[in-house]
Design a protein around this ligand. Structure first.
Ligand SMILES: Nc1ncnc2c1ncn2[C@@H]1O[C@H](COP(=O)(O)OS(=O)(=O)O)[C@@H](OP(=O)(O)O)[C@H]1O
Length: 425
């Protein structure tokens, strides 16, 4: 939620009380546990009595079984294939035609992510900063401030969109082998990483924040080793570090004005929150990739449905426990312009998710992390052009370093592939 973060991020020299965020996190986790604990008990119960839940007919029992146990009867993966299933999807093509196809696809996904996330940023800013006239009393203008409700609407629209696509292509969907609750991990880590990032803005200086965000690629690689057993060579780690260095140089040199207005030092809390953001974000990506690698694999729309289903529940529970769900819905009913903007925001978020899942499924978590890093740099380049500013010398060097590292990495993979005959692309 870029724009919301920008607005809420405080421009002050002294960070707030360091004891506030652990308390807030504790309350959030307590809220989630009111759903997670009963769900975990239910899962244990169904797993222990799994035979009682075996039924060939569509029923609540079958749904509970899919939720807690999964459909292991479709697990057709031969033992020897398990290793190769863990490898990242390799986007390096063999022929020129494949090269062009890959390049167009990457550009399409990148543009989709960029356009939808920029649209979301603009709409979020609009919703949070401007007031809305009441439909029945146009002379009264009121502001909306419940950001959690916006996330809830976003997840609901994404849930409905994925459900519509699944219903349309029902016959083309692979059987969903893992238990449905596995998507709650992605949902939880995605939510907590966003929360950590948002919360960290109050405790970290701009340079620390930038360097941490630029390190996304390296952290995603390290997490890939832990979550999926994916090995990367020293050369690949080197490229990841070079991208982090180049992106930091670019972002820091081209955003010196930001640095002046933000917090001037990083506290211990800030470091923990930034680490939380990076670790949960890297876990999300690698867990998604691990699910795409099951055989038969989980389709991107099944995953989108599963993740948004759990996220919607988590958000709804939070809103109900804070007592803000009904007041937000009432605000929506009384301000039709607001409802329209929230719908457009949620729709762009949902379409953005389709691009995100497509990228991770097709190109893997590292390419996605690189795309998100370039996305941040491109936003700055675009605003520099729009406002007629000039890129600094060091920003240009940083930009060159990032693209050079990407080029060298792709080139090496391409030449390695030429040397070693491949089974099939
Ligand atoms: N792996 C994965 N799966 C699903 N969705 C994801 C993923 N990574 C990022 N996102 C969503 O993309 C939105 C922007 O994410 P970030 O703020 O982390 O991106 S960045 O800071 O610009 O790099 C943000 O959307 P909102 O949560 O709706 O704001 C993220 O949740």
């Amino acid at each position: 939620m870029d724009a919301i973060r920008t607005i809420d991020s405080p421009a002050r020299d002294k960070p707030p009380d360091e004891l506030v965020w652990p308390l807030r996190l504790f309350l959030i986790l307590l809220g989630y546990s009111t759903v997670a604990v009963p769900a975990a008990l239910l899962i244990c119960y169904v797993r222990r009595n799994r035979h009682a839940f075996e039924t060939p007919y569509f029923s609540v029992r079958q749904l509970l079984r899919s939720f807690a146990v999964g459909n292991q009867e479709y697990q057709l993966i031969p033992a020897g294939e398990k290793e190769s299933a863990r490898k990242d999807t390799d986007p390096i093509p063999k022929t020129k035609a494949q090269c062009i196809h890959i390049a167009i696809l990457l550009l399409f996904f990148f543009s989709g992510i960029q356009v939808t996330l920029v649209a979301m940023g603009v709409l979020q800013e609009r919703i949070i900063t401007r007031g809305y006239r009441r439909t029945d009393k146009p002379e009264v203008e009121e502001k909306f401030g419940e950001t959690q409700f916006l996330i809830f609407c976003n997840r609901i629209v994404a849930l409905v969109l994925s459900l519509l696509i699944l219903a349309k292509d029902w016959t083309k969907q692979p059987p969903h082998v893992p238990p449905l609750y596995v998507h709650s991990y992605t949902s939880f880590s995605n939510t907590i990483s966003s929360w950590c990032q948002y919360e960290a803005l109050k405790y970290v200086s701009f340079p620390t924040q930038t360097i941490c965000k630029a390190s996304k690629v390296v952290v995603t690689m390290l997490m890939g080793r832990i979550v999926r057993g994916q090995r990367y060579s020293w050369f690949e780690y080197g490229c990841g570090c070079t991208i982090a260095f180049g992106a930091s140089l670019f972002l820091l040199s081209s955003s010196s004005k930001h640095a002046g207005s933000a917090i001037t030092y990083t506290s211990f809390s800030g470091m923990i929150l930034m680490a939380g953001y990076l670790l949960f974000d890297a876990f999300t990506l690698n867990w998604q990739k691990a699910l795409f690698d099951t055989k038969p694999k989980v389709s991107k729309y099944q995953m989108m449905f599963g993740v948004n289903f759990f996220s919607a529940i988590f958000c709804a529970v939070s809103l109900i426990e804070q007592g803000t769900l009904w007041s937000s819905l009432r605000f929506g009913a009384e301000h039709t312009d607001f409802s329209r903007d929230v719908f457009l925001l949620s729709l762009s978020g949902a379409i953005g998710q389709i691009f995100i899942y497509s990228t991770i499924e097709r190109f893997g978590p590292i390419v996605f992390a690189v795309i998100m890093t370039i996305r941040q740099m491109l936003s700055i380049v675009l605003s520099t052009i729009m406002y007629g500013h000039e890129l600094t010398f060091w920003a240009a060097i940083g930009f060159l370093i990032v693209f050079l590292a990407i080029f060298v990495d792709i080139h090496k993979k391409y030449s390695d592939k030429k040397r070693v005959p491949q089974r099939s692309w």
